[in-house]
Design a protein around this ligand. Structure first.
Ligand code: NAP
Ligand code: ZN
Length: 346
């Protein structure tokens, strides 16, 4: 039986989840009172939540922004259980998704331009608040998206962060059938990047430390595969790619990837290496090459990405764990043993 509290005339039960109570600690059962439901807010009864590597960075406080206890999780699928008094776009019972961002100011230059993901007041679903390794979660309705029927919940959950994080830069950088795209790291983000790059018509090269992923990378749509443990193979692709998307969370000799670019090419970071990126300026200057980064996407881009995924058959390859086995799933992600996204199900 859930405990409950009376607030604003509505009976609210405590939200039950799994929280880290200290940096790097195992997740333990934790419940909190969500308070009253805001006028613009939606409450979601969670059915699935992906384990993004950003959750693992947050649990470990790798970015120095974590506050404990906190419940990770920002690749959420579920059903609307309650809507605030001003919410017109969603109804109880609707199947919806929620990603990294839960709110923005709605007033600033970036929000009014439809680039809410760049809002300085942006609120993360599980940064300084509690996320989706739980029975329920709340967010501003503007960041809660109906899920197309063609996308099963388990395979759709990873699109809400991993999917949009790779879709946005591919789209923004104008990837098209003449593009030669490299995807570095074939994990949760990388395996979706291969699929979206193929939807845009590009020629795709997968870069991976895991030789065993070659057949699956090709089945996902990669035309070629480079084993990055072989320096010779890496050097052979010099000057061959227009756009390289790095999804890895490790340090590398980034100069080799700059050398892999054609003139005017871009190396774009979505994965977060632990150390500063050190690059020799000369190949940037001589070939007008660029280094770039990219965050998630705006609500408009997320809706577009879900529609594209549904119509073109982009789906996460998932390994499903019961929610109460989240710690086992996290250990498997840390060992790079999951193919390709762990998803918690309730
Ligand atoms: P993931 O599923 O764990 O995949 C990461 C992949 O990186 C692994 O599968 C592995 O691919 C490769 N890798 C791991 N360790 C490596 C090493 N030591 N050297 C070289 N390659 C290595 O993680 P993810 O969920 O895709 O997230 C990846 C990164 O993106 C994280 O840093 C995460 O925080 C970040 N992220 C950023 C955003 C954003 O808004 N920009 C959004 C979501 C996530 P191979 O086996 O193929 O080598
Ligand atoms: Zn994420």
């Amino acid at each position: 039986m859930l405990a409950s509290s009376k607030d604003c005339g509505t009976t609210m039960s405590l939200i039950q989840g799994l929280a880290a109570h200290a940096a790097g600690a195992e997740l333990l059962p934790f419940r909190y009172d969500p308070g009253h439901l805001g006028q613009q807010e939606v409450e979601i009864g969670i059915s699935h939540c992906g384990i993004c590597h950003s959750d693992i960075h947050l649990i470990s406080n790798d970015w120095g922004i974590s506050q404990y206890p906190f419940i990770p999780g920002h690749e959420i699928i579920g059903t609307v259980t309650a809507v605030g008094s001003q919410v017109r776009s969603l109804k109880p019972g609707q199947r919806v998704g929620l990603g990294w961002q839960s709110n923005s100011c709605g007033q600033c230059e970036w929000c009014t331009r439809g680039m809410e993901n760049l809002c300085p007041e942006s609120e993360g679903t599980c940064v300084h608040r509690n996320g989706g390794y739980a029975d329920r979660v709340r967010a501003n309705a503007a960041f809660v998206f109906p899920i197309p029927d063609a996308l099963p919940s388990e395979q759709a959950a990873p699109l809400l962060c991993g999917g949009i994080t790779v879709y946005n830069p591919l789209r923004t950088h104008g990837i098209n059938p003449s593009s030669r795209v490299g995807v570095v790291g074939i994990g949760g983000l990388g395996h979706l990047a291969i699929q979206f790059a193929r939807v845009f018509g590009a020629q795709v090269t997968a870069f991976s430390t895991s030789a065993a992923k070659e057949d699956e990378a090709r089945a996902l749509g990669a035309h070629s595969f480079v084993n990055t443990r072989e320096t010779k193979a890496l050097r052979e692709v010099a000057g061959s790619l227009d756009f390289i998307l790095s999804t890895i969370n490790a340090n590398q000799d980034w100069g080799i990837y700059i050398q892999a670019l054609r003139p005017s090419g871009t190396l774009c970071f979505v994965g977060v290496p632990p150390s500063p990126v050190s690059i020799n300026a000369f190949p940037l200057i001589s070939g007008i090459r660029s280094i770039s980064g990219s965050p998630i996407g705006s609500p408009h881009q997320i809706r577009e990405m879900l529609d594209v995924a549904a119509r073109h058959g982009v789906k996460a390859t998932t390994e499903c764990f019961p929610m109460d086995k989240a710690n086992d799933a996290i250990e498997k992600v840390k060992k790079n043993k999951v193919r390709y996204r762990a998803v918690l199900a309730r």
